[in-house]
Write a protein that binds this ligand. Sequence first.
Ligand SMILES: *[C@@H]1O[C@H](CO)[C@@H](O)[C@H](O)[C@H]1NC(C)=O
Ligand SMILES: *[C@@H]1O[C@H](CO)[C@@H](O)[C@H](O)[C@H]1NC(C)=O
Ligand SMILES: *[C@@H]1O[C@H](CO)[C@@H](O)[C@H](O)[C@H]1NC(C)=O
Ligand SMILES: *[C@@H]1O[C@H](CO)[C@@H](O)[C@H](O)[C@H]1NC(C)=O
Length: 233
Amino acid sequence: MATALPTLLHFTLVLLGIILLIPQAAEALDLVFNNSAEGTAGGDRFDQQIREGGALEIMNSSIIFIWNTFGQQSGVDRKNVTKVTLIVESMDGIAYASGDEIHLSAEYVGNYSGDVKTEIRGVLYHEMTHVWQWDGNGNAPGGFIEGFADYVRLTAGLAPSHWIKPGSGDRWDHGYDVTAYFLQYCESIRAGFVACMNAKLKGGWDIRFFNDLTGKSVDQLWKDYKAIYSSST
Ligand SMILES: *[C@@H]1O[C@H](CO)[C@@H](O)[C@H](O)[C@H]1NC(C)=O
Ligand SMILES: *[C@@H]1O[C@H](CO)[C@@H](O)[C@H](O)[C@H]1NC(C)=O
Ligand SMILES: *[C@@H]1O[C@H](CO)[C@@H](O)[C@H](O)[C@H]1NC(C)=O
Ligand SMILES: *[C@@H]1O[C@H](CO)[C@@H](O)[C@H](O)[C@H]1NC(C)=O
């Protein structure tokens, strides 16, 4: 039930047959999928719509997308994660990430009406972001951390239609779609903002990280962001 995810460098070196000469490239990442809800409507729907191969493909694609979003082409910049497990199981809610495990609700999959494949992919891109992102040693606002996960979902083209419109919301750290669109604004005025902010969150949390990266306070940035949309509403 496991497969190895080579880094692009690793992949290239394997093709060249010189993998053993580069110790740091020999690290592989194990991806594990476990559908513990087989036999339930949602578990079986997952198997029909996604299958194990599809689950591993989504995990692999999302990881590469996240590394690119965070500018972590090299393993030394990333969190030291050696294995990620996706578990489809009977539970309340939609999904959550805990350490290197992602849990997805079979009931949510079973009840979802609409394009369930795209929804599952979007949910998993969000949860996979939590596996890899830094969170200021737990001190960054929770809404900010959720915003990164939805920023990844948004920029992967997986934002669902029920999300708020850009420019909506009252607080930069409201979380989810509100904060995702705000992060997109920050990225638009300072290319590399999201990757640099994530890197800063490795060492802790300070609201002045916004000033460091853009020369403006987060309150000023939020005002500037809201002002873009104020004339049209
Ligand atoms: C993961 O994606 C990379 C890049 O697209 C690809 O080279 C690799 O074969 C994939 N690995 C798996 C296990 O699907
Ligand atoms: C799958 O998950 C279930 C429930 O968490 C666990 O009991 C089982 O051992 C797991 N199976 C594999 C192959 O990891
Ligand atoms: C990463 O974690 C693995 C497993 O916990 C450990 O064996 C390895 O030494 C760690 N690597 C680094 C660079 O810390
Ligand atoms: C829909 O959700 C309810 C409540 O969690 C659950 O009992 C039911 O099995 C779900 N239906 C499907 C088809 O998964």
